[in-house]
Design a binder for this molecule. Structure first.
Ligand code: PEP
Length: 260
């Protein structure tokens, strides 16, 4: 159990994995795992690819699956000639209450900037979708020893002009790029160093009352065997999970650890 007022969160980022039918099956399997071993006091979020969202939404609605639905990306406009994009109101209509933004893969492969992330955050918040805003440094920055100031600057830029009614309306995910999908994890102390600095930056932006309620997650090769170490840190409120979220028993085991 956390020794603060923040409810822990375990969020799964399926990335570009699972066809529609595979996604429905994975959501059903996860629902069954979580129902067989109910865990109180943990917010569980599943972020499938866009094409799977409606199917997973059906599993939540009809099987009463005990998790919330998130998207992996969105655009900031309401509608119009933006081929291939998805607007926040479309996510709302499909049942999403969370959306990942600023993931390092979107920044690296698709050129997403802090300015884009800020526009996406504002658009999502206007539709009452909670952004899961990702930040994190490359190996080069980490080796130069400037990772803390790099991540703090990233957070301040991405949250520029982003207003929140309270801390429950925003989630931050610290994901060092060198630890994503590589099997190389940051240590729990590494995660705390940066997550603590992120909370300091949130304090500067929003003041202590709001900042204290914002969840800060760790992500990067998190799995059942190492998640407890991260969760034991005072400023780590959960995990954003890639690879391990594709195996229902592993993801459910991480939810269970978060409930301990
Ligand atoms: C991610 O990309 O959000 C992630 C944390 O991936 P993985 O757990 O596979 O490192």
């Amino acid at each position: 159990m956390p020794n603060n007022n923040r409810t822990r969160m375990i969020a799964g980022n399926w990335k570009m994995n699972e066809t529609y039918s595979e996604g429905v099956k994975l959501a059903q399997d996860l629902s069954n795992e979580l129902k067989a071993n109910p865990v109180d006091g943990v917010d569980v979020v599943v972020c499938p690819p866009a094409i799977d969202i409606k199917g997973v939404s059906g599993v939540i609605e009809f099987d009463h699956a005990p998790f919330a639905l998130g998207a992996q990306n969105c655009y900031w406009e309401e509608s119009g000639a933006y081929t291939g994009e998805t607007a926040p109101n479309m996510l709302v209509d499909a049942g999403c209450t969370y959306c990942i933004i600023g993931h390092s893969e979107r920044r690296g492969y698709f050129g997403e900037t802090d300015e884009d992330v800020s526009k996406k955050a504002k658009a999502l918040i206007a539709h009452d979708i909670v952004p899961i805003l990702c930040c994190g440094e490359s190996l080069e920055v980490r080796e130069a020893g400037t990772h803390v100031s790099f991540v703090v600057a990233q957070i301040k830029a991405a949250l520029s002009g982003v207003e929140i009614a309270d801390g429950s309306k925003l989630v931050i995910a610290y994901e060092p790029i060198w630890a994503i999908g590589t099997g190389k994890t940051a240590t729990a102390d590494d995660a705390q160093e940066v997550c603590g600095a992120i909370r300091g930056a949130l304090n500067d932006i929003y003041g202590a009352d709001k900042a204290d309620a914002i969840r800060v997650l760790y992500g990067g090769s998190a799995k059942p065997g190492n998640v407890a170490g991260f969760l034991s840190q005072p400023d780590v409120d959960g995990a954003l999970v890639g690879g391990a979220s594709l195996k229902a028993p592993d993801f459910a085991a991480m939810v269970e650890k978060a409930g301990e």
